[in-house]
Design a protein around this ligand. Structure first.
Ligand code: PFF
Length: 444
């Protein structure tokens, strides 16, 4: 291990950090609306299969590379394949999370604004248009983006152990408890059972190639794959910690969280008699409206629920955004020999600037299109449809074909049969499936 390099205090701490990276807006914001757009339970079935057969092997590949080298993405490639073109993968996975962070922080900022609104006034019947009006303005979203990014930078500045580890240790259990309370509330609403059935009864006639590609893409996004966050966090694990346990724990928590978020949102959506396919605006436009509507009887309760809900989203978003920020910091500190403070400042300025353009692309810059897309959508699509899949492909190819099998085996641990299955998934199944997603993203 490089001298002076920090590491997580225990394997539980590493699992919490990775789970923190995985659990985020992807679970609470993206998963429910994707389920709603793709017909409910059938999407969940494909998602579960893809998490198990595809995402888990990719995550383990990434983690093996990080733990074997105890270096960030760029350094890991340099150590395992010195002087080769693989270093470009290292560089790609420094740039991708910075792009994701830029627009992620904008949505994190929206969550902060909604949390503030829930605290200050609560949502009334005009809640639906609140979102539209808010994102179309220039200053409000920009200020919230700045605040969210500053919170992220502040935590990362604290370091791996006293910043990232400590924040995740407190916030993840809290988040879990909050989501369970919210689920209880949603399930208690009259008419919520239709939402439960929607999540549990698959309608296989809705199965289609685009649904499969979307479910796979969602599971990549949700587990933060192909962007070096898992690699970087694994590089902070101690030699004796088990990747297999941490990886399975992370994937399990992430899945559980997505399902709980589904059971928070869909029962409420159905109880309010609203269509579940509202798309990305689902939690910002539809939910506040539901909270307002349900509040007719007990205003204080709906107010409390909306406060807890948006607080949960802010926390979940922060546990992910710090993981993205840390990838860039690890690179600048370890490979460019910058101080941690200097690295945090530089990355703050860069991601703030791109994020500001993303934020303004809903307001004053809404007419600006690049490749026919709004700046925010371009960053989102470029990363989740292409760069994450591409990064994931290179990671599995690296662990499956470039690294020595014995090295992978010894880093991964576990019994021989399990290793055999995982290695097969890493070498053959994952690369082929990723190429298939890639092609379908290009043509669908
Ligand atoms: N997994 C995060 C979520 O579900 O919200 C998103 C994410 C985090 C994507 C970190 C990429 C990343 F590097």
């Amino acid at each position: 291990m490089a001298a002076g390099r920090e590491h997580f205090g225990s394997s539980t701490a590493a699992t919490l950090a990775m789970a923190g990276s995985a659990i985020g807006l992807g679970n609470i914001w993206r998963f429910p609306y994707m389920v709603g757009e793709h017909g409910g339970a059938v999407f969940i079935v494909v998602y579960l299969l893809s998490a198990l057969l595809l995402s888990l092997p990719i995550m383990l590949s990434e983690a093996v590379i990080g733990k074997a080298t105890h270096a960030g993405t760029f350094g890991a490639m340099e150590r395992l394949a010195p002087g080769s073109r693989w270093k470009w993968l290292g560089l790609l996975t420094v740039v991708t999370p910075m792009i994701i962070l830029s627009y992620y922080s904008v949505v994190g900022g929206w969550s902060l604004r909604f949390f503030g609104e829930a605290m200050a006034r609560g949502f009334d019947a005009g809640a639906e248009s609140f979102f539209g009006r808010f994102i179309a303005s220039a200053w409000g979203p920009l200020v919230c983006h700045t605040l969210f990014l500053a919170l992220t930078a502040g935590i990362v500045l604290g370091g791996v152990k006293s910043g990232i580890e400590r924040f995740n240790k407190i916030s993840l259990p809290l988040l879990f408890a909050l989501m369970l309370v919210l689920m209880g509330y949603s399930l208690s609403l009259p008419g919520s059972r239709a939402g439960v059935a929607y999540l549990l009864r698959p309608d296989f006639s809705k199965l289609s190639p685009s649904l499969v590609a979307a479910a796979m893409g969602q599971s990549f996004f949700s587990l933060s794959l192909g962007v070096g966050t898992i690699l970087t966090y694994a590089s902070y694990m101690k030699k004796e910690d088990s990747i297999l346990r941490t990886g399975i724990g992370t994937a399990g928590f992430d899945l559980l969280f997505a399902l709980i978020a589904g059971f928070v949102i869909m029962p409420a959506v159905f109880a309010a008699g609203i269509q579940p396919d509202a798309g990305p605006g689902l939690i910002f436009e539809t939910l506040p409206f539901i909270f307002a509507k349900m509040g007719a009887g007990a205003a204080w309760l709906s107010r409390a629920v909306s406060i807890l809900f948006f607080f949960s989203i802010v926390i979940a978003a922060l546990t992910s955004s710090i993981s993205m920020f840390e990838v860039g910091v690890a690179y600048l500190v370890e490979e460019r020999k910058m101080s941690r403070t200097g690295a945090v400042l530089l990355l703050f300025v860069l991601t703030w600037s791109l994020g500001a353009l993303c934020s303004l692309s809903f307001g004053p810059l809404s007419g600006t299109r690049i490749l026919g897309e709004r700046i925010f959508d371009l960053c989102d699509r470029m990363t989740s449809d292409y760069l994450m899949t591409f990064g994931s492909l290179l990671f599995v190819l690296f662990a499956g074909w470039k690294m020595d099998r014995a090295r992978v085996r010894s880093e991964l641990g576990g019994d021989g049969r399990l290793f055999g299955v995982l290695y097969f998934l890493i070498r053959y199944v994952a690369p082929l499936a990723i190429v298939a997603i890639f092609i379908s993203n290009l043509i669908l």
